[in-house]
Design a protein around this ligand. Structure first.
Ligand SMILES: [Zn+2]
Length: 368
């Protein structure tokens, strides 16, 4: 009996490669239809491994990444908007990781890459990295979660942790997290039943933001179309995604920042008013990831801007620091330019970077 390993196939749902891939899948189905499946198992990374016996007795192994759930376009505005509405904002610290500073603020020179990867960085020099989410409350919509932080399994360890993080667990080696820190537990502590949460808005789908989606099975997830495509593309882990985190019980809805009703607002070329009342606005800020959005909130007396990973730290916004890696440095620069212009025009606004522990520790528990 011989074993031949066939090339990895990836099932796409919403990608420009869809047509080509579907043809590939059909061809494969024909080729394998006469073969009996002798084994089918899921790996810790969410891939499905199938082994089939051919008529000659050989075993053919197929590795298929689990397909993303279906996502459909979301017409805007969403219901619940109220003229002049303001929202409240509660920052949630879901975990801390230790990481090399050079990942978040790149060093120049030959050692920059090594240091960004933590090579040659003594443990005592690793910096604390907050993993965060935000609870928003809108008078006509109710509670809204922005990003989800880490799933409870990340604190508890074991096989469920491996499944949740997939290959990206290598980037999450030094997590400090109490199960009481999950976004679900923190919502519960604030009187919001996670099972009742209806709406999650994602800045992007990287593993440290999408990990806990499964804890909100009845929620609708709003994500940019570009980001959804990126998470479903080939080699997701290389781009920071673990598709296994995209639990199929949730509803995934995409918004397109490049088509009406998207419009410019201040220094931002493409924005979407989520409820049509100006209270929650998505700002197209790609670069860190393909379809990253920042979220602008109207509070009672000022604005808050959840910048996500468009800026890891305030030093990216104000001191010219840059992350070691971004999906597109051209887009990243464009997004930082717009955020910088906003910062100068709104000195009273609260701008919250994605992973800045020093800034995080200055935040209040609640903003109105
Ligand atoms: Zn992040």
């Amino acid at each position: 009996m011989t074993i031949s390993r066939r090339p990895r196939t990836v099932a796409y749902r919403s990608s420009h490669a869809e047509a080509r891939d579907l043809r590939g899948q059909c061809a494969e189905r024909r080729a394998t239809s006469a073969r009996a499946i002798v084994e089918r198992r899921a790996t810790s990374t969410g891939a499905i491994v199938e082994r089939r016996a051919t008529s000659t007795g050989a075993i053919v192994e197929t590795v298929r990444m689990s397909a993303l759930p279906q996502a459909t376009p979301l017409p805007l505005p969403l219901p619940g908007g109220q003229a002049g509405a303001t929202v409240t904002l509660q920052p949630l610290l879901c975990a801390e990781m230790l990481g090399p500073k050079a990942w978040f603020e790149a060093e120049r020179g030959a050692r920059g890459t090594l240091h960004a990867l933590g090579i040659g960085v003594p443990k005592r020099e690793l910096i604390r990295v907050p993993i965060v989410a935000f609870l928003i409350e809108h008078p006509g919509v109710g509670p809204i979660l922005i990003d989800t932080g880490f799933h409870r399994a990340v604190a508890e360890g074991g096989a469920a942790r491996n499944r949740n993080l997939g290959p990206l667990k290598l980037l999450a080696r030094n997590v400090r997290m109490d199960p009481a820190q999950t976004a679900a537990a923190q919502l519960r502590a604030r009187g919001v039943d996670p099972a009742e949460l209806r709406l999650i808005v994602m800045t992007h789908l990287h593993f440290d933001h999408a990990s806990a989606l499964a804890e909100f099975p009845d929620a609708t997830v709003v994500v940019s179309q570009a980001e959804w495509r990126a998470a479903g593309a080939r080699g997701p882990a290389l781009h920071g995604y673990n598709p296994a985190q995209l639990d199929p019980r949730l509803q995934y809805r995409t918004v397109d920042l490049h088509a009406p009703p998207a419009q410019p607002r201040g220094p931002f070329a493409r924005t979407l008013d989520l409820f049509g009342d100006g209270s929650v606005t998505l700002l197209d800020t790609p670069g860190h990831s393909a379809g990253h959005v920042a979220i602008l909130l109207r509070l009672r007396e000022r604005e808050a801007l959840i910048a996500g990973d468009a800026i890891y730290t305030l030093a990216t916004l104000r001191e010219g620091k840059r992350p070691w890696r971004s999906e597109s440095s051209t887009d990243f620069e464009e997004s930082v330019r717009a955020l910088g212009a906003y910062d100068r025009e709104h000195p009273d606004a609260l701008i919250i970077p994605g992973h800045d522990i020093d800034h995080w520790e200055t935040l209040a528990a609640r903003y109105e």
